[in-house]
Design a protein around this ligand. Structure first.
Ligand SMILES: *Cc1c(COP(=O)(O)O)cnc(C)c1O
Length: 336
């Protein structure tokens, strides 16, 4: 199968599995797992933060990050199309008693500064306490402009807000913009990172930030059911990904660009955007389901949930991209 639904579908390769199998293990709830501890220390250093904490998913890493920043009745400012707001089941409100204050994202994924400023509430009993600004990078595959990130986090800080970055695909941003990970993390108090997407690990996310923040997060992670035991098998996969897989993301970006370039030549399909490893396409309503079915008959999977988003990842090769283009071309040739 050529699976373009998401970069979450990658399978661990033999070398990653070997690293998982040979990892020394302990009980991480007791703080005893040497592989987890080494990974967390390595990641803290790599991101320029004091401490790091391993999580089973990015959803939990973000949720616990928000809960470690905000208390019951606080609010966080977030993009209308941000993952934490839109795609995490409303967890901040449901489980954290944290009110989201969503703001419509601009087309580059940013939240306009004047809208952030206007959304920050005065200290008054009528309002919830605005505590946090949360951004996302990459967002819909797009790298957030670095100047913007500095302006937005500076604004937040000047108004007494903490800052959190959902960096599920921050490695893609680092590779695409050739800016070190540490520099992309620096403007934020806390960052959530995922290893189970383009990085190729089967499971694993992490939260990084100041030591006292990570201590609070460790408590909330246990409450959320994220205290894992011999978690070194997961940390070993994440560490392997850090050591071996980052630069391969450049190939994903190149292949996504090639796919966009090829699709742009086909009738019946319009590429609306392409950045890093993602592209969004517009296909007219009557073709959507028949095309998806046609592709599936040729062992190609696409997802229609996100306005037809195609995602390239390390289990997609150059030849796969050419096959997708050929199969799509035949479909549109027969029907338009
Ligand atoms: C995938 C993703 C997450 C976390 O997802 P999990 O499936 O819970 O690991 C968080 N933020 C963004 C932007 C994502 O794409």
């Amino acid at each position: 199968m050529i699976d373009l639904r998401s970069d979450t579908v990658t399978r661990p390769d033999a070398a990653m599995l070997e690293a998982m199998m040979s990892a020394p293990l302990g009980d991480d709830v007791w703080g005893d797992d040497p592989t987890v501890n080494a990974f967390q220390e390595h990641l803290a250093t790599l991101t320029g933060k004091q401490a790091a904490l391993l999580f089973p998913s990015g959803t939990q890493s973000n949720l616990v990050g928000l809960m470690a920043h905000c208390e019951r009745g606080d609010e966080y400012i977030v993009g209308q199309s941000a993952h934490t707001y839109r795609y995490e089941g409303g967890g901040a409100a449901v489980l954290g008693s944290i009110q989201p204050q969503p703001i419509e994202n601009a087309s580059d994924g940013s939240l306009p500064l004047e809208k952030i400023s206007a959304a920050i509430k005065a200290d008054d009993v009528h309002f919830s306490r605005t505590r946090l600004l949360a951004l996302e990078n990459t967002i819909a595959g797009k790298v957030l402009p670095e100047t913007y990130v500095h302006q937005a986090t500076e604004l937040a800080r000047s108004r007494g807000l903490a800052t959190h970055l959902d960096g599920a695909r921050l490695f893609n941003a680092a590779v695409a913009s050739q800016v070190p990970l540490e520099q992309l993390c620096r403007p934020f108090d806390s960052v959530s990172l995922c290893f189970s997407k383009g990085m190729g690990a089967p499971i694993g996310s992490a939260l990084v930030g100041p030591r006292d923040f990570i201590e609070r997060a460790r408590r909330w992670r246990k409450v959320a059911g994220g205290g894992m035991r011999q978690a070194g098998i997961i940390a070993a996969a994440c560490q392997y990904a850090l050591d071996n897989n980052i630069q391969d993301l450049a190939d994903d970006h190149r292949r996504a660009a090639r796919l966009a370039e090829g699709l742009a030549l086909l009738p019946g399909i319009e590429v609306t955007s392409q950045a890093t490893n993602m592209l969004f396409v517009h296909i007219s309503e009557e073709h959507l389901q028949p095309l998806a079915t046609w592709l599936k008959q040729h062992d190609i999977l696409i997802e229609l949930l996100y306005a037809t988003r195609l995602v390239v990842h390390r289990d997609i090769a150059d030849a796969d991209i050419e096959k997708v283009l050929d199969v799509m071309a035949v479909y549109f040739k027969q029907r338009t």
